[in-house]
Structures are given as C-alpha cells and as structure tokens.
Design a protein around this ligand. Structure first.
Ligand SMILES: Nc1ncnc2c1ncn2[C@@H]1O[C@H](COP(=O)(O)OP(=O)(O)O)[C@@H](O)[C@H]1O
Ligand SMILES: [Mg+2]
Length: 408
C-alpha cells in the first residue's frame, strides 16, 4: 500500500494518547487524522474521515470502549479496529476481539509489535481496495405535488426494462407501491437500512419483494415508527449498494424536498419530473426546476413528462415549455379507467395492457431514458379482459393546446 495508513485514536487517558501518538508518528507509513476521549465525537469523525484503522484504548472504563468497538464494527466495517491497553486481562482482550477488534496492542507500544500490526492492517486495507463496482442506472420519478401519477409512472417504467430492476418506495410514511404490483412485502427499506453494514446479494434478495424474474420492489416500512429511524445518510448508503446489484433502479420519492428525497435525487442519473397540465402543478414544477438549479443539477438530468395529457386541456404547450424553460419529453395520455384497472389488478399497465396508449407512451419514455444503456422487455400482450372491448389506435399525441399560460 503506497498511501499512508490513516488512523484515529480513542483514548481516555492523556498518557495513553501521548504514547500511542508517539509510536504512530515514528512510523512513516502512518497518518493520524483525529484523536479524542469522547466516543460520540470520534464516531462522527470516523464517519466523516473514513480512516483505515481506529485504535481504541480500553482505559479505565473498558465497558464503554467495548461497546464502542461493537458499534464501529457494525456501522463502519471498513475501518479496522485495534484495541489497546496497559494492563488488560486476557478476558478483556478476548471481549474486545469478540466485539470486532482485529488486533490488540499493549501500551506502552513496542516498535516490533506495532510493525506486525501495521503489516496486517496494510494487508487488510489492500484487500479492501475494490475493483470498480458495477453501477446500475438510477432514475427518480418526482413531482413536488402529490397526485400527478409519479407512483404509477415509476412502476410502469421499472416494469419496462428487460434487465434486473428494482422499484424503491421512498414515501417512508405512506408508501403504496405494493398495491401497484399486487404484492405483500415481508420486509421493507427499514430492514435493509438496519442490515446495511452486511448487505450482500443473498441478503438483498431476501429483503426485496419479487414481482417477476426481472422486477423487485423495496417497500416502504409498514409502521411509521420504523420510518422515523431512517436517516438520509442510511438511504444514501443503501441506494449506493442496491445499484451494485440491480441494472435499473427506479425511485418513487416523496413530494417534498426533505433530506431523504434529496439523498435520492442527488445520486439519480435522471429525474423524471412529472406534472399534470394545470396551473398549480405547472407552478410547482417551475419551483422544482429552480430548486434543481440551486442544487447544481445539470438540466440534462431532468426530463419533464406530462401525465394525464388530453386534447381537452386548454393550455398552450409552447407557453408551458417557455414558462418552464424546458421541453416536455413525454405525454402520458389521460385514461383513468385503464390506469385504475391496472392498479386494481396489481399489474403494471405495460404488462396488463401493453398496447394501451398509456403503456406505449411510457415504454417510449423508458426507451429515451435508457437510450443505449438498457434493453426494454418485449411487450408480451397479456391483455386484461376489458381491454379487448376497447378500440385501440396508435399512440400519436397531438398537442393542440389552445389558451396561453398568461390567460389561464
Ligand atoms: N395517465 C393517467 N390517466 C388517468 N389516471 C391516472 C394516470 N396516471 C395516474 N392516474 C391515476 O392518478 C391517481 C394518482 O396516481 P399516483 O401514481 O398514486 O400519484 P402520485 O404518486 O403522484 O401521488 C391514481 O389513481 C392513478 O390511477
Ligand atoms: Mg405516490
């Protein structure tokens, strides 16, 4: 390892700290980033600085130190923990190792012992240098106003893709995506967050709810209490991990700019910004675009889609686009019966009624989003019985919107 091994030190006694610091500074390959006697403060530093290793002096209050080792081992598994003590009993050393310490150092620290420990930590760090991870494409379907159809569109976009995709319900207090897929999830994002330090593909597969061989759902928590415990940082980490396991990640965030929504929007490759063509929704879309500008999102990350589009809408589309300063890239027709039927059936419309105008337009939007990145699933006409009674026409939206925004 050519980079220095970075350290933080938790030590209750000043003498211990001085001894540890002196021993570390004699080693050229070590960089001490932070030290202190307050576990909570040091924990914040470890989360922020992500050191390779932490020395935890067991000190006069070994109970606190062992608990801290346990916490670090769970929450920051990439930081190698070294317990250290002047006169530790074999029992205490064993407890520290069981709590998650990889090594033990006697204080005062001997040069030889430190070298041996550093060699092993260095091997551990080298093993941590990962090959670049696969990163699935992440799309957030967002509207700053509820009821515009974001959950409906998100579900159908996720169901279009031929590769492994996951739909994630970030409406933590009141998620309703299981209804859209007709599933009854056993686990939720709260379980994934709780187990985030040891998520591997096998564990992820047990925590998500399969809908088909391609599509899975990560549901919102059933109880509001477990939702309250989820921090934005947890969501960020979990999303990062999930995009390593899935080719396509579709997010259905809340309709507010809370910090969990921002954690989701920040790391999305694209944001499908959904609106309906009414004045409150247009205004709220314009405000959302202003916020995205302030957040530094490039405009090419944003794709504006009109939902519930109909010829009867008395607004001039060009005026709307001018007002928003962005083109509208998709028009999902309004067809309440067809949309509601698919939700009642618990099957995405792109599958239950793939030749409906709504399904065709959502597939077209999915194609533009994943252009050159992901193949779409072959539409398998699995029509619901009522669809055979409906006369179908090729989806070709005509945008003859009449009155101007100013007039409205
Ligand atoms: N294109 C559409 N045409 C008609 N009704 C729609 C359309 N898209 C969604 N809906 C209906 O609008 C309602 C709200 O949709 P939903 O996706 O839950 O909104 P949001 O998640 O934005 O609050 C649902 O009953 C859905 O059936
Ligand atoms: Mg919704």
């Amino acid at each position: 390892m050519t980079q220095p091994i970075t350290f933080v030190v938790l030590s209750t006694g000043l003498d211990n700290f001085k001894d540890i610091r002196k021993a570390l500074s004699a080693e050229g390959r070590v960089q001490l980033l932070a030290g202190g006697n307050d576990p909570d403060q040091l924990y914040e530093e470890i989360v922020r600085l992500k050191p390779n290793a932490a020395i935890i002096a067991l000190g006069p209050n070994p109970e606190t130190a062992v608990n801290f080792i346990q916490r670090l081992n769970k929450e920051c598994p990439k930081t190698a923990i070294i317990s250290a003590a002047a006169d530790a009993s074999p029992d205490l050393i064993l407890r520290s190792l069981r709590a998650g310490a990889r090594e033990f150092l006697r204080i005062p620290i001997s040069v030889d012992e430190l070298r041996t420990v550093l060699d092993r930590i260095s091997d551990y760090c080298n093993a941590q240098v990962e090959t670049p991870k696969k990163k699935g494409r992440m799309v957030a379907v967002f509207s700053s106003k509820g009821g515009c159809g974001t959950s409906f569109i998100a579900t159908n976009l996720a169901a279009c893709v031929a590769n492994r995709s996951i739909l994630i319900d970030l409406n933590l207090q009141a998620g309703d995506l299981p209804l859209f897929l007709g599933v009854d999830p056993k686990y939720s994002i709260a379980d994934v967050v709780e187990k985030r330090a040891r998520l591997d593909d096998a564990l992820i597969n047990t925590l998500v709810t399969p809908y088909s061989s391609q599509l899975s759902l990560l549901a919102a928590p059933k109880s509001a209490d477990s939702a309250d415990e989820i921090e934005p940082q947890h969501v960020f980490e979990v999303l990062q991990r999930l995009r390593e396991s899935f080719d396509y990640v579709v997010l259905d965030p809340q309709h507010t700019f809370d910090s969990i929504t921002l954690a989701a929007l920040d790391q999305s490759d694209e944001i499908v910004l959904v609106l309906t063509l009414d004045i409150p929704a247009i205004r709220s879309t314009q405000r959302a675009l202003e916020i995205f500008d302030r957040l530094g999102y490039p405009r090419k990350k944003i794709r504006i889609v009109v939902n519930r589009w109909s010829k009867q809408i008395d607004l001039d589309l060009r005026q709307v686009e001018k007002f928003l300063g962005e083109p509208v890239v998709g028009f999902v027709p309004s067809d309440y019966q067809t949309a509601v039927n698919s939700i009642n059936l618990g099957t995405p419309l792109v599958q239950s009624d793939p030749t409906s105008k709504i399904a065709l337009e959502i597939r077209r939007i999915a194609q533009t989003l994943s252009a050159g990145v992901l193949p779409l699933e072959d539409p398998k006409p699995r029509r619901a019985f009522w669809s055979t009674f409906l006369k179908r026409q090729p989806a070709e939206p005509k945008f003859e919107l009449k009155a101007s925004m100013e007039k409205a």
